[in-house]
Write a protein of this length. Structure first.
Length: 143
């Protein structure tokens, strides 16, 4: 069995948009109207993208990763410059079929869904696993 790390860099050029960032936490209970000032700005590029030339986005289709908060329609931020480690959520291809799963390297290599309705993808001898990047962030649009 071979594991191939795919890490071709692609030039991503995006305008850096600075958005106000309120450092005061937002309570999920009763709101506090006292904190209404901006402490600094936050760039979503800086927050989500550490290696711009090796980062891409992909939309999720399916529910096999619901257990780690990745849902159908979410946009995944994927970094190809990172070496996939045991326990990382990865974009991978097994025998030509693309998937997002948790990479398990011990005690054997397999791709594990995070939904009990699905079985792990067991890699048979001679099968090829290609890793197309490590998922580093999830973007979910609520409206």
């Amino acid at each position: 069995m071979a594991i191939t790390q795919i890490a071709d860099a692609v030039d991503l050029t995006a305008d850096h948009l600075k958005i106000p960032f309120y450092t005061e936490s937002v309570p999920a209970g009763f709101p506090s109207p006292a904190q209404d000032y901006i402490d600094k700005t936050l760039s979503l590029n800086e927050l989500c993208i550490k290696h711009p030339n090796a980062t891409y986005f992909v939309r999720v289709d399916g529910d096999s990763m619901d257990g780690v908060g990745i849902y159908k329609g979410d946009v995944l931020v994927v970094d190809r410059s990172l070496t996939a480690q045991h326990g990382d959520v990865v974009i991978a291809s097994v025998s030509g079929e693309m998937t997002v799963k948790t990479l398990q390297l011990r005690p054997r290599v397999r791709l594990v869904p995070q939904n009990r309705r699905y079985s792990p993808i067991e890699l048979k001898e001679g099968s090829e696993l290609q890793v197309f990047g490590v998922v580093v962030s999830v973007v979910r649009v609520l409206k």
